[in-house]
Design a protein around this ligand. Structure first.
Ligand SMILES: Cc1cc2nc3c(=O)[nH]c(=O)nc-3n(C[C@H](O)[C@H](O)[C@H](O)COP(=O)(O)OP(=O)(O)OC[C@H]3O[C@@H](n4cnc5c(N)ncnc54)[C@H](O)[C@@H]3O)c2cc1C
Length: 272
């Protein structure tokens, strides 16, 4: 690790000012950033911890939306009674991230800002049509996530911008099906399916290797008829998936279809 200093602001305005003064990096749960520092892959000089900022840790509901503070840990999202009631699939998803140590430290905002191509939240947010709130703006998930580890924040290059909250429509007919990488627990493939108002369906996949994405052909078929059988004649191109040491593009493409069907069945059987 290179040497660094650490500050622990207790409000957002101070956190942003400290980033602007130091040019440092925000530290949330540290589950990605700390290993990166240990490997000397980053040398930020100064870290601004977000853990003591109470305004980043709230949960509220209004006008059919849940608003979750970016500083909530995965464990807190999983245990929130409001999330369990309004978006039960999200509570279950958060409760299955990594292991207890990761869930007790890792945060919603850290995961969304990092946009790891195998992370779970990006798929859930994209399928829900959630909105990402930062200290500067509010963006639909479709615009926020922009590829491998890339987001509207990283693309715009203002390092003081931070995710403050996520606004999620309370759409109960939603499910997430994940095929875990046996070693890391990350998604080898994870698919979120949401049936919204007027039966419009949104489907998003994580783990493809190219960043979170919607599966438009599946969405069209499932919006016509919401049944796993609607996918029978469809297949995903392996060109949209990566091959690596874990598995092949062909297998990932097949898994994405199987996980979509699994999520559809969960919704039909009322497991949401
Ligand atoms: C062993 C292991 C298993 C895991 N398994 C899974 C899994 O199954 N599924 C899954 O989805 N994830 C998994 N993760 C990832 C983990 O869940 C964390 O969400 C992720 O590491 C980032 O969150 P964090 O709060 O730790 O962020 P940090 O590591 O603190 O920060 C990550 C990056 O985001 C930036 N950042 C943090 N917060 C904000 C913010 N609010 N606004 C702007 N930028 C910010 C930081 O500056 C840094 O660049 C796993 C991690 C580990 C170590």
């Amino acid at each position: 690790m290179y040497e660094f200093s650490l500050s622990t602001p207790t409000n957002l305005a101070d956190a942003v000012a400290q980033q602007q003064d130091s040019g440092g990096k925000y530290l949330a749960g540290g589950q990605t950033l700390v290993p990166t520092l240990k490997l000397r892959l980053a040398d930020p000089g100064h870290l601004i911890s977000l853990r003591r900022i109470a305004e980043l840790r709230t949960v509220s509901e209004a006008d059919g939306f849940l608003t979750l503070g970016a500083g909530l840990t995965h464990h807190e999202v999983a245990r929130s009674v409001l999330v369990q009631h309004r978006l039960p699939f999200l509570a279950r998803m958060a409760g299955a991230i990594g292991d207890p140590a990761v869930r007790n430290r890792g945060t919603l905002g850290g995961s969304v800002a990092n946009n790891d191509p195998s992370a779970d939240y990006p798929a859930a947010l994209l399928a829900l049509g959630a909105r990402v709130v930062t200290n500067r703006r509010e963006l639909p998930a479709d615009e926020f996530f922009q590829g491998l580890f890339a987001t509207a924040i990283t693309e715009d290059g203002d390092e003081s911008e931070l995710v403050t909250a996520i606004r999620l429509p309370c759409l109960r007919r939603a499910a997430y099906a994940k095929f875990k990488h046996p070693a890391s627990g990350f998604a080898l493939i994870g698919v979120a399916v949401v049936q919204g108002d007027e039966d419009q369906v949104r489907v998003a996949v994580t783990g493809s290797g190219f960043g979170v994405a919607r599966l438009r052909e599946f969405e069209a078929a499932l919006s016509q008829r919401f049944a796993a059988e609607s996918l029978a004649s469809l297949s995903l191109s392996p060109d949209e998936f990566a091959s690596d040491s874990a598995t092949s593009a062909d297998y990932r493409a097949a898994l994405a279809k199987a996980m979509t069907a699994d999520a559809v069945r969960q919704i039909i059987q009322g497991f949401f």
